[in-house]
Design a protein around this ligand. Structure first.
Ligand code: NAD
Ligand code: UDX
Length: 469
């Protein structure tokens, strides 16, 4: 084994950027180049306004950038210099052809693999960091063989990323585990050892687990599917609570005390969002269908069905409380990001909720500290939502911080994201400037419902029946 001196990461996104910043931070002896085709994204990484908001990330980037951390579009040059190459490109759900709406689109993985194969003049370890279908490493190996130079060998490893947005830095610094899958032969084991040596700079060896490639790839899909399933399970129980008078917070707490179940990830909500859960479950469903495991596919499909149902249920309740029409009523959405502490809006529950509101003729003002206006409009003009863009721009506004402006004349506040700042607002003052009756719908269970009721609000919350006057 030779010490790893140079790492190249293809894809400077939510995974590639933070992951490599931590590698650079913890391994001053390794040069880390993060490359991307998007000049705009690379420019942003090299500017004071890095392209993603993630608590603690900017500080780490500023400590390492220009020393052993570099963001560049010189893809080929950086591939050639690297001992290890991470593939961290996007793998969205296919929107065309075979596997439409289910299978992950491997266009970007394939293009990265082909570039590597074309330009690498020495042997490399290739690490799939992107979430890919089971057996993708095999396909990547074949893509790499397409036109590689003589005497160049590639070892392909699977090393899925488990970070969650909003807590990425902590997740990367103190991971629950590092998972590395590789071939069960001499060369495979050697490659696993090389990658492991990088993580050993800050992760205890006992937390680095190794397996064959397929198990590693499947573990990533299974972990996300089981996390999402927990949320759908809790949300399904929240529907029972609303109908029966039980309280989901009490139920979650009670079941969470069981050490076999554990108390994390039991928060009832407006439904899960984010770029991973839905995509990865679809990926798993597609795999099951291909393996003729119809019942298994249906089982996981229900996790998505309940998630959509949760959003629909929430909106139905809002419409009902607002006298069955939202036509020309101003609704204030508290939060558009898919969770707190991120500006990411991919698959956010707020998108579908806005779609329902707009179909009802509502006027929407969104209050979110980190989401950008262009990003929000881009999400709402997704062709799948079938909303005319001019109408969206006319009816949806964004206020980053101006609470008064956002709430003035509003019929209802709707909490979609659990941002801490929403808990600190002066709701007495907000009540004064709203239309009466003033409604609050807490889709995240973050507000003090008793207090809001005593101010005069009509309050509804996910998973409970409140004693409104
Ligand atoms: P992203 O869209 O933020 O970033 C991907 C980047 O890759 C983009 O900037 C794109 O321009 C670049 N790219 C695409 N093809 C390229 C090529 N051929 N050469 C150079 N650059 C190229 O995506 P992300 O959220 O970072 O996700 C990346 C992968 O990691 C996905 O497979 C995802 O499922 C997985 N993942 C994501 C998370 C998360 O929290 N976002 C967590 C775990 C795993
Ligand atoms: C997820 C996985 O947690 C992570 O391990 C994987 O690498 C990528 O996918 P992420 O999507 O970034 O991470 O955030 P996560 O914290 O898992 O939240 C996903 C969604 O579930 C959010 O919309 C969140 O608000 C929601 N959620 C989470 C709930 O509704 N209730 C909960 O109890 C937890």
């Amino acid at each position: 084994s030779k010490p790893i001196k140079n790492i190249c990461c293809i894809g400077a996104g939510y995974v590639g950027g933070p992951t490599c910043s931590i590698i650079a931070y913890k391994c001053p002896h390794i040069q880390v180049n993060v490359v991307d085709l998007s000049q705009e994204r690379i420019n942003a990484w090299n500017s004071p306004n890095i392209p993603i908001y993630e608590p603690g990330l900017n500080e780490i980037v500023q400590k390492c950038i220009g020393k052993n951390l570099h963001f560049t579009t010189k893809v080929e040059e950086c591939i050639e210099k690297a001992d290890i190459i991470f593939i961290s490109v996007n793998t969205p759900t296919k929107t065309y052809g075979v596997g439409l709406g289910r299978a992950p689109d491997l266009t970007y993985v394939e293009s990265a693999a082909r570039t590597i194969s074309k330009v690498a003049k020495t042997s490399k370890i290739i690490v799939e960091k992107s979430t890919v279908p089971v057996k993708a490493a095999e396909s990547i190996t074949n893509m790499l063989k397409s036109n590689h130079q003589p005497n160049v060998e590639f070892q392909v490893l699977s090393n899925p990323e488990f970070l969650a947005e909003g807590t990425a830095i902590n997740d990367l610094l103190k991971p629950d585990r590092i998972l590395i899958g590789g071939d069960n032969n001499e060369k495979g084991k050697w490659a696993i050892g090389q990658l492991s040596s990088v993580y050993e700079n800050w992760v205890e060896k006992s937390l680095i687990i190794t397996t064959n490639t397929w198990s590693s790839e499947l573990s990533k899909l299974a972990a996300n599917a089981m996390l999402a399933q927990r949320i759908s399970s809790v949300n399904s129980i929240s529907a029972i609570c609303e109908a029966s008078g039980a309280d989901i917070e009490h139920v979650s707490r009670a079941i969470g005390f069981d050490t076999r179940i554990g108390n994390k990830f039991l928060q009832a909500s407006v439904g899960f969002g984010g770029s991973c859960f839905q995509k990865d479950i679809n990926n798993l469903i597609y795999l099951c269908e291909n393996l003729n495991l119809k019942e298994v596919a249906e089982y996981w499909h229900q996790v998505l069905v309940i998630n959509d149902y949760q959003k629909k249920r929430f909106v139905d309740k809002i419409v009902k409380c607002l006298f069955n029409t939202l036509n020309n009523k101003k609704i204030t959405l508290l939060g558009f990001a898919f969770k707190k502490n991120t500006g990411d809006t991919r698959e956010s529950a707020a998108i579908q909720i806005c779609k329902y509101f707009l179909d009802e003729g509502a006027l929407i003002t969104v209050l979110d500290p980190k989401v950008e206006y262009e990003q929000m409009i881009l999400e709402l003009s997704n062709p799948q939502l079938n909303l005319p863009i001019e109408m969206v721009k006319r009816k949806v506004q964004l206020c980053s911080t101006d609470v008064i402006e956002a709430c003035k004349g509003s019929h209802a506040l709707v909490v979609c994201t659990e941002w801490d700042i929403f808990k600190t607002y002066d709701y007495k003052g907000i009540y004064e400037i709203m239309q009466k009756p003033a409604h609050i719908f807490d889709g995240r269970l973050i507000l003090d419902h008793e207090q809001l009721i005593s101010i005069g609000f009509h309050v509804e919350a996910v998973g409970k029946k409140l004693n409104n006057q």
